[in-house]
Design a protein around this ligand. Structure first.
Ligand SMILES: Cc1ncc(C[n+]2csc(CCOP(=O)(O)OP(=O)(O)O)c2C)c(N)n1
Length: 796
């Protein structure tokens, strides 16, 4: 870890520290230069490096303390090295997509190199102690998508400081932790950046956001990116004053070592001590090799600009400053440059060898397998593979599968051996790319035992929202880390009063209002959950989840997968949707969600008792989840349970709502109420429907209950409120391909969904847009008519 420079240290220690810093920037630069060559010579697929941004990252590292968090982007290799969280070999392992987590600890080769993080959980899924270590949340490639999470990471410090009940030294020491963000100048054009900055300013949280400004976003310069061509000018109105809270804003040149150190120290102090957000606009940075390995910057930068970048390169200016200040001699600096060049080269070679070693061994196994076939063409191909300098698993697997195709005409014992070798190989290799999409440890909510709901003999029927409210009340008492926030969530206890009165009991921070900003409400939740709190981020209506969908899809849903299980985010996103009135309050875009949010649980409770049971389960586990309450269900009467806060719904199980022998009808959410009524009517018409509530779209029917039902009825009807081919197509795919129900069907499987357009307003709009009572009856009846037209004469 690079150290803080103070005026009290001796010249010798000062010099030592400066030279240590020089060593890191030189090493980092050498890695960037070598890295690009590796891509251009075909050894790696894509490279994006931190050259030209080294010096400010050294300054940031000096101000960064244990317990702090980084939320940054792909330029930050120097910072990560300076906080001892990245070795040169690891950087190259990332470049070569090394799948071994011991060699490539960031994502085990899943992300492009240049995306960084630190471990937050151990292999059992247990949180590591964050206050003893330097922490980095996991980068994503999407520009500015690190910003919403940054707000949450900083918000957690504020809450830990303010709320005694959250106290936990594993995650925070009195809220002293700063969340440090980094972003490129062009990425500040994104809405997420402005939304996040506004949120941080409103809430006064300890967040320091540094903008690495090299004046370009790939080829597009600041005149197209930012009003006034400068983000600090544009944000001048955010500057705090004596009377109004806001941001502290610093502007500092990216090559000015003493000023950078001073600025970052000051920024850290202000944020840490006073919980004031700080923006550091780091100007005059460069891109010595252009944006990435995809192109060359000579195409879009003028000769003057290219010349200016050479002269103002931060490493070059740092060197000149060291010499001018007589801190070290040319010879001393040359020695450092030579040795870092060597270090980088060794690291690159070692990483390359290490990435190839296991693959070569695997290839040798295949060669053994193919040699015994006696097929000369295959033996030749296998031997070529062994000599292939850019051997990879794709080539090995393809050769094995091709061999199988060639051998299919003359099956022999060798064919069997090859088949089982391929099977074993997939079992061994596929998890390297596909494991850890969901929490696979004991902390998964799937491991939480269900507890049945119980009632007093004389239990009363109450408005369903009361069950939700009283259940939340019990949860707030039981779980000291729990908090909920969103638009109209605090003072009025959400728009449907599922949290009514809870703010006055549990305080304005635990049941809290937020501005209208869905993406950063979810981002806040992500950051807080990463820091050990148990947030429920509330999105007022399912229709408005689209504003937060990008962050949920790119950040929340991928986190566990992209870190190969090294980070987890147990955020619950609560919303309400399906059937109500009109285009923007009736959404049920479940197909979109199940496709965009793989990596999260998606739960669709039919009523508030089920919803409460789901919250109770989720809070015992560590998974990100979306719970969609039924928007038209809050005033419907439900029986009041006597074990609120305790009963738990098993995630991934269905519930059979009505037994029947003719058709299995599966549905979920609000539609289920209509389905049940239709089933009664159908019963009178001689059709016996078995109704199954799916409850949990992801994970889907883990016990294959639907198949068991279809084994009995041999007919299937799927009903939901999404567009045709949306949620119903997902369900059908699960049933046909995973549960293999095709062979047990006597009639074609049928789906009934809404019309392709958004639902029109009013009762008629609903009737003619969404599947209604009559539609359900007729669709089910038609299935029976096709089967036995005599018994079930045509209806229409
Ligand atoms: C949402 C999104 N849009 C576009 C891109 C493609 N892209 C990657 S980096 C980049 C430019 C970013 O420039 P800047 O923020 O200045 O950062 P720099 O790379 O210059 O450090 C673009 C357009 C992306 N990754 N994400």
């Amino acid at each position: 870890m690079t150290k803080v420079l103070t005026s009290e240290i001796s010249f010798t220690s000062f010099k030592e520290e400066v030279l240590k810093d020089y060593e890191i920037v030189c090493l980092s630069r050498a890695m960037s230069l070598l890295g690009r060559k590796e891509v251009l010579t075909g050894k790696a697929k894509f490279g994006i490096f931190g050259d030209g941004k080294e010096l400010p990252q050294i300054a940031m590292a000096k101000a960064f303390q244990k317990g702090d968090f980084r939320s940054g982007y792909y330029r930050d290799q120097t910072f990560m090295m300076a906080i001892d969280s990245l070795t040169p070999q690891q950087l190259f392992a990332g470049l070569y997509a090394h799948t071994d987590p011991n060699q490539e600890p960031m994502s085990s080769g899943r992300q492009m190199g240049g995306h960084y993080n630190t471990d937050l959980i151990d292999k059992n899924g247990t949180w590591l102690r964050q206050t003893d270590r330097y922490n980095s949340s996991s980068d994503v490639s999407c520009t500015a998508a690190q910003m919403p999470r940054l707000v949450g990471l900083a918000m957690a410090s504020k809450l830990y400081r303010k709320e005694e009940v959250f106290h936990d030294t594993k995650f925070s020491l009195n809220g002293n932790e700063v969340a440090w963000g980094t972003i490129g100048n062009a990425s500040t054009s994104e809405g997420l950046f402005f939304e996040s900055l506004n949120a941080a300013g409103v809430h006064q949280i300890p967040m320091v956001i540094s903008i690495w400004d090299d004046e370009y976003g790939i080829s597009v310069d600041n005149s197209y990116q930012t009003i006034k061509g400068s983000i600090s000018d544009a944000l001048a109105g955010f500057q705090r004053s004596k009377t109004k809270a806001g941001f502290e804003i610093f502007i500092v040149k990216g090559w000015d070592y003493p000023n950078l150190i001073h600025t970052f120290q000051k920024a850290g102090e202000i944020a840490r001590t006073h919980h004031v957000p700080v923006l550091i606009h780091v100007t005059e940075l460069t891109q010595p090799q252009g944006h990435s390995t995809s192109g060359s910057h000579e195409r879009y930068k003028s000769d003057d600009r290219l010349e200016w970048e050479k002269e103002n390169d931060c490493n070059r200016k740092f060197r000149a400053w060291i010499l001018d200040s007589k801190i070290a001699t040319e010879t001393e600096l040359y020695e450092i440059e030579k040795s870092t060049q060597q270090q980088a080269t060794n690291a690159k070679n070692d990483a390359w060898e290490s990435s190839l070693k296991p693959i070569r061994k695997e290839a040798e196994q295949l060669v053994d397998c193919l040699t015994v076939t006696g097929n000369q063409d295959l033996i030749k191909a296998a031997n070529l593979l062994i000599k292939d300098k850019s051997i990879n698993r794709k080539k090995i697997t393809s050769l094995a599968r091709k061999s199988l195709r060639i051998m299919r005409q003359n099956p022999s014992s060798q064919t069997k051996d090859l088949q089982s070798w391929i099977k074993r190989y997939f079992e061994q290799i596929q998890p390297k790319f596909s494991s850890n999409l969901y929490n696979e440890t004991q902390t998964s909510s799937l491991q939480v035992d269900p507890i049945g709901v119980t009632y007093d003999d004389d239990a009363t029927q109450v408005d369903a929202r009361i069950i939700l409210r009283d259940n939340f009340k019990a949860l707030f008492k039981k779980n000291s880390k729990l908090l909920v926030f969103g638009e109209d969530t605090g003072k009025i206890g959400d728009v449907n009063q599922g949290l009514e009165g809870l703010q006055s009991i549990f305080g304005v921070e635990r049941v809290a209002d937020r501005g209208i900003r869905e993406a950063t409400i979810v981002g806040e939740g992500i950051g807080m959950a990463i820091r050990g709190l148990r947030p429920i981020a509330e999105i007022q209506y399912l229709d408005y989840l689209l504003y937060a969908l990008q962050i949920m899809s790119d950040d929340l849903a991928t986190l566990h997968y992209r870190t190969n299980g090294k980070q987890v985010c147990p955020l619950i996103v609560r919303t309400r949707g399906h059937r109500l009135e009109g285009i923007w309050h009736s959404g049920s875009q479940m197909g979109g969600l199940v496709h965009n949010l793989r990596g999260m649980f998606i739960l669709v409770p039919r009523n508030m008792t089920q919803a409460a049971g789901m919250y109770n389960t989720l809070l015992e586990g560590n998974d990100p989840a979306l719970v969609i309450e039924s928007l038209n269900g809050y005033r419907i009467k439900e029986k009041l349970p006597n074990n609120l806060g305790e009963f738990r719904v098993q995630i991934g199980t269905t519930e059979t709502m009505r037994k029947g022998k003719d058709i299995t009808l599966v549905s979920y959410g609000s539609t289920l109420r209509i389905v049940l009524k239709a089933a009664e009517e159908l019963h009178k018409m001689g059709v016996d429907i078995e109704v199954i509530d799916i409850q949990s779209l992801i994970p889907f029917d883990l016990g294959s209950d639907i198949r068991k039902s279809v084994e009995k009825t041999n007919r299937l009807l799927i009903v939901d409120e999404d567009v045709p081919g949306g949620g119903t197509a997902y369900i059908l795919n699960e049933l046909l391909e995973k549960q293999q129900i095709f062979s047990i069907l006597d009639s074609k499987p049928k789906t009934l969904s809404a019309r392709a357009h958004r639902p029109a307003y009013g009762s008629d709009g609903d009737y003619f847009s969404k599947p209604n009572f009559d539609d359900i009856i007729e669709t089910a009846y038609e299935l029976m008519h096709e089967f036995d037209p005599k018994k079930f004469p045509k209806l229409n």
